[in-house]
Design a protein around this ligand. Structure first.
Ligand code: ADP
Length: 168
């Protein structure tokens, strides 16, 4: 077996990071030598709640305790971004059948652009199957309790942002 570092890339919008994301990141970090969590600047998601800098900062704080996890951001295609990490694998979380269809299509496009790039999927933990950033944003906008949905150290920041958004 080669002694090359096994690197995983966990991409996403992380607007904001949830405990569902963190669960996938933590499990990926147990399997791979190094994990790069990449906050994607997605042109199709036009008005994110948090800026890229805020999202990166929140992911950094939430993953601080994992020594083999680093955080980056990218505005280029994931399949192009991944080229800088030779042999890296994309790791994504799968919640439901609806995720599968989208992810399958994304995987085919990525393969078309960068045939050497592999994607692996981890199934969501049961308790996070319903959880998405959009559920968190929605709940925060209505002043709902975010306990158990996002890292506890980020709750105040998310609530504050939701308050600002309500005033808009
Ligand atoms: P969201 O759909 O919550 O906006 P992202 O676009 O940031 O999330 O998704 C990044 C990755 O994290 C995707 O692979 C997505 O399937 C995965 N993911 C998001 N939420 C969960 C969850 N609750 N459990 C498992 N995987 C998840």
């Amino acid at each position: 077996m080669s002694n090359k570092k096994r690197i995983a890339i966990c991409p996403g919008s992380f607007d904001p990071i949830t405990l569902g994301h963190l669960n996938i990141i933590r499990r990926t970090a147990q399997i791979f030598d190094e994990v790069v969590v990449c906050v994607m600047i997605n042109s199709t998601k036009t008005s994110p709640m948090f800026s890229v800098e805020e999202r990166v900062d929140m992911v950094c704080r939430a993953t601080e305790r994992y020594p083999n996890v680093k955080v980056d951001s990218s505005g280029i295609l994931l399949a192009e971004y991944a080229r800088q990490y030779e042999g890296a694998v994309i790791v994504k979380g799968l919640r439901a059948a609806s995720d599968f269809e989208y992810e399958f299509q994304m995987n085919l496009i990525n393969k078309h652009i960068n045939p050497a790039l592999e994607t692996m999927f981890l199934t969501s933990s049961e308790k996070y199957t319903f959880l998405s950033s959009s559920v968190v944003r929605e709940l925060a906008m209505y002043g709902g309790d975010l306990t158990g949905l996002v890292p506890s150290e980020l709750i105040a920041e998310i609530e504050n942002k939701a308050k600002q958004w309500r005033k808009r």
